[in-house]
Design a protein around this ligand. Structure first.
Ligand SMILES: [Fe+2]
Length: 296
């Protein structure tokens, strides 16, 4: 008889960017994946540090885990990825959805990056095609493409063991039911596309646990990282079952028009489209980011 291993998840919260980073594993000493890591960035001084990533490293070491994958749900606009730092310390393959090529091309125009910067996704160790399956130790995952917030968003769906619900790391698609959905106004984003992606997520079994990339809790509620398909279909303020595509698109576009750009979009995107690699040092040993004027 074969027993499926149970997925185990440890969640970490980066308070500066309201980001959840997850470690997915199946037991002490198992293989693991780290999903959506954060490199801390102090914008006023333009200094990076690794406090958030070091907490992940401590957890991985305490459970004697082997890092197989460093997964990104998309090229984040609100924080820099710590994947290269974690890879240097712990190993693992950095991966994202194959839609990253569209994001690289869109932002190459905005940043006018050096011709040395490849636009073929080769900075990443692996690019997932739609519904590609892969493993984290004994766990089977599926890279479900869920574009809309950006063209490269992926939800990583994990089969549950017998009698256990499946899990899905949904990235920036749905947020908690009282927060709603991710914005769709970045280059290549589309509210229509997000609506259709979310409908596919909501076809997962009702008890499926949805693990979020962010939470922005309304007054008085503590940050929360998990919800279920059933809760979202019943109560999501933007995407519950009764909301039509046209209603969602009208609401999302109206709301996005009121939102300012994320504080770290310019530093974050130019690093994250290159798998989190910081620009190489110039002759004086200092790394420089580019800040385009009047393009966003
Ligand atoms: Fe995002």
């Amino acid at each position: 008889m074969t027993f499926l291993a149970s997925p185990r998840v440890e969640a970490f919260f980066d308070t500066d960017s309201s980001t959840f980073t997850y470690v997915l594993y199946s037991g002490d000493g198992s293989d693991c994946a780290i999903i959506d890591s954060v490199l801390n960035f102090e914008p006023k001084a333009c200094r990076t540090h690794t406090t958030s990533a070091d907490a992940i490293i401590a957890f991985v070491r305490s459970r004697e885990l082997r890092v197989q994958w460093l997964l990104e749900t998309h090229a984040h606009a609100d924080h820099l990825s710590a994947a290269p730092y974690l890879q240097q310390v712990l190993g693992g393959m950095i991966a994202v959805g194959s839609g990253i090529l569209k994001v690289q091309n869109a932002f190459q125009k905005i940043f006018h990056l050096s011709p040395d910067v490849k636009l073929d996704g080769s900075q990443f160790g692996h690019l997932f095609e739609p519904d590609e399956q892969f493993n984290v130790g004994p766990l089977t995952l599926r890279a479900m493409h869920v574009p809309g917030h950006t063209p490269a968003d992926v939800a990583y769906v994990v089969d549950g063991a017998a009698d256990e619900p499946a899990l899905a790391f949904v990235g920036d698609t749905l947020f908690m039911p009282d927060v709603g959905s991710a914005r769709c106004d970045f280059p290549g984003g589309s509210a229509y596309t997000l609506y259709r992606s979310v409908q596919r997520l909501l076809q997962l079994p009702p008890q499926t646990l949805l693990l979020l990339c962010h939470d922005y809790p309304p007054d008085g509620r503590l940050p929360s990282f998990e919800t279920t398909v059933a809760q979202q279909r019943l109560a999501n303020i933007h995407l519950r079952d009764s909301v039509t595509e046209d209603e969602f698109v009208e609401m999302r576009q109206r709301r996005d028009a009121t939102l300012g750009m994320p504080a770290l979009i310019l530093p974050a995107i130019q690093v994250n489209i290159q798998a989190g690699e910081l620009p190489p040092p110039e002759a004086n040993g200092v790394r420089y980011l580019k800040i385009p004027l009047n393009v966003l």
